[in-house]
Design a protein around this ligand. Structure first.
Ligand code: PLP
Length: 250
């Protein structure tokens, strides 16, 4: 019998699917335990599986395992996968640094951008999303403001300074094609994630005071999902603990 890996009937016998199912179950268990100890066992965060560098076939396997939300960080790769997997009802999240000139492409397949960090990008995304709404009736694009949590005020891992969040929020909220969804951050390297996510929770609280609908907190990766949940993450972005280490890029 030839082994099928196309997500059809043969998938049940596919060793990679079994591996993904096992890793996914382990991550879901961690999420449930963390939510329980944070006293929010009844409000689990959404799980976005970050599939960058992994084959579209793995996304198909994940969809068969019940995953609905996937994240990518490079437009070219994401656009190709979204096209290839257009038969699946997936929600695509763009989570990487984004050049303004790529906004138009990203708005074609993404429902959300988690890395909005400057006014020019807001304007480019708004224009692209508005055109998409006119042409295809798509919903407004969810925008998370990426916040830099580095102590030195640097932006090594991307993101706007916390002080710049109000102006970005105003610009997103005023844009027709965009929906202000909340804040996003990546924990700084080489520092415990807890204090960083606590700081993000503060930024979020100030944002929500002005924009009650913008209550999303996109935080938490494989290494720090517990700390993120402790400080209110609503959207986790998990890659390697579900898919395994990323293939090296050439
Ligand atoms: C790659 C990536 C993730 C997932 O990271 P893992 O450590 O593999 O879980 C999450 N967020 C962003 C912005 C990423 O680029």
């Amino acid at each position: 019998m030839t082994e099928r890996t196309d997500g059809g009937e043969g998938q049940r016998n596919d060793p990679r699917s079994a591996e993904l199912a096992e890793r996914l179950a382990a991550v879901r268990k961690r999420i449930a335990a963390a939510a329980e100890s944070a006293g929010r066992g009844d409000r689990l965060p959404s799980l976005i599986v970050v599939t960058k560098f992994h084959a579209a076939e793995d996304i198909r396997r994940l969809a068969a395992l019940g995953i609905t939300d996937v994240g990518e960080n490079r437009d070219q790769e994401a656009a190709a996968k979204a096209l290839e997997l257009a038969d699946l009802a997936l929600t695509w999240h763009f989570v990487g640094q984004l050049q303004t000139k790529k906004a138009k492409s990203v708005a074609r397949y993404a429902a959300a951008v988690h890395s909005v960090d400057r006014p020019q990008l807001v304007d480019a995304l708004a224009k692209a999303a508005r055109n998409g709404m006119d042409a295809t009736g798509r919903a407004p694009l969810d925008c998370f403001i990426q916040v830099s949590l580095e102590d030195d005020g640097g932006t090594h891992r991307g993101g706007a300074a916390p002080a710049d969040v109000p102006l970005l929020a105003e610009r997103i909220a005023a844009a027709d094609g965009l929906n202000l969804a909340g804040v996003m951050a990546v924990a700084p390297l080489g520092a415990p994630p807890g204090p960083a996510f606590e700081k993000l929770a503060g930024v979020s609280a100030r944002l929500v005071a002005d924009y009650p609908g913008a209550s999303g907190i996109s935080a938490g990766m494989s290494q720090d999902l517990e700390a993120a949940i402790m400080f209110g993450a609503t959207h986790l972005r998990i890659g390697s603990d579900i898919l395994g280490s990323r293939p090296a890029v050439g």
